[in-house]
Write a protein that binds this ligand. Structure first.
Ligand SMILES: [Fe+2]
Length: 377
């Protein structure tokens, strides 16, 4: 049987509710008035009611659980009565929800993932043809931050249909898709045959792309093997074992910049190497040796900042943490760009061809689509 309200009483600026399972809630009057079910437009789901139209002294004139089982409140102002579903009150009870222990959605991984790459692999057609396949891909992206889509067509731009199962892509001046290929006089070190250390893309944006998708069209050159590292896992290691370094990485903003020769804009941003969410979980990583600007921290902390950066960078390339693999034509290496850093070994352009097409997508699109699909189940 569903949990029900067993008692309601007024207490200062809130109603106290006792539930049939013994839990207790405290609902503030202004919060209740603001969240009256009639407050929202049914289509836009925007709040049409304006809390500024009532005073901060508003309170229930009367309150009761009515014959339909709804909490009924007649307000002291505005000649308005609100009716709340018990189930909604329980689900949105901020007293109970604030007492719950936070559970991270992230499944952190280290080099042992390399033995189990099949667990992060998913067939292209499964995603294209079923919501279950799409959910599986989105869950890998959100929870593990990494997935490899297998057997995608290898024609140019043929990753669009499967990406559009999620949402639209994020445009940048590198264009969509961007071509990861060896070119003369490149404006990015990715467009060479050089090795790339583990890095994230575009850390000099205020909001770097949340996800990246590298679609392998051809990979017949010698070298050019891929690497990836879960930087949340490395951050977690530092948090548990090297607290001072962790504190420096979470507290001191570093400076990143892009001023390549093709651009008539110099983009620059300060961000900490590790940022945390309101729950203390991992939010973002900002790490890129190639695009970190000349730091301008206070001289008293420069040594400490550089040593923390050095330690973090070394762990991000440690074989205890990183995985190594080779992309096959038809693979889409998909990952959380602000969590999983990616790199590659040098390749020999005279031995064959290597061509990837890259796409970006905002994190909101991944998490929002997953949330929508799971609610539909
Ligand atoms: Fe990159």
């Amino acid at each position: 049987m569903a949990v029900e309200i067993s008692k309601v009483s007024k207490n200062g600026s809130a109603l106290n509710i006792e539930w049939s399972d013994g839990e207790k809630s405290n609902f503030n009057f202004l919060w209740l008035r603001d969240n009256c079910p009639t407050a929202h437009d049914k289509d836009s789901r925007h709040r049409m009611f304006n809390i500024l139209e009532v005073s901060t002294n508003i309170e229930p004139k009367t309150y009761k659980v009515n014959n339909d089982g709804k909490l009924e409140i007649a307000w002291s102002e505005g000649n308005h009565t609100s009716l709340y579903e018990q189930e909604w009150l329980r689900k949105n009870c901020y007293t109970i929800n604030n007492n719950k222990k936070y559970v991270s959605p992230y499944q952190l991984w280290d080099s042992s993932l390399q033995e189990n790459l099949k667990f992060i692999s998913i067939e292209h057609d499964e995603i294209l043809n079923s919501d279950e396949g799409l959910i599986k891909w989105l869950e890998l992206l959100h929870y593990k931050g990494i997935a490899i889509v297998k057997n995608t067509p290898v024609e140019k731009e043929s990753a669009f249909p499967v990406l559009n199962r999620i949402s639209h892509t994020r445009e940048t001046f590198f264009k969509t898709p961007f071509e990861v290929i060896n070119v003369p006089k490149p404006n990015n070190s990715a467009y060479t045959a050089h090795a790339l250390r583990n890095h994230m893309d575009l850390p000099w944006f205020e909001n770097p792309p949340g996800y990246q998708f590298l679609h392998c069209l051809i990979n017949s050159a010698e070298g050019g093997n891929s690497s990836a590292v879960d930087a949340f896992k490395v951050a977690d290691y530092l948090r548990k074992n090297e607290k001072e370094i962790f504190e420096t990485l979470t507290n001191v903003p570093l400076k990143f910049r892009d001023k390549d020769y093709t651009q008539d804009a110099h983009r620059s941003f300060y961000g900490t190497a590790i940022s945390l969410t309101k729950d203390g979980d991992y939010n973002d990583i900002r790490f890129s040796v190639a695009t970190m600007d000349a730091l301008d921290c206070h001289p008293d902390i420069m040594d400490k900042v550089y040593k923390a950066h050095h330690r973090f960078g070394n762990l991000l390339h440690d074989d205890q943490f990183q995985i190594k693999f080779r992309l096959q034509p038809g693979d889409i290496f998909s990952f959380n760009n602000r969590r999983v850093l990616h790199g590659r070994t040098e390749f020999n352009p005279s031995s064959g061809y290597r061509h990837l097409q890259g796409y970006y997508m905002d994190r909101d699109e991944i998490i929002g689509r997953l949330s929508f699909l799971k609610n539909k189940l």
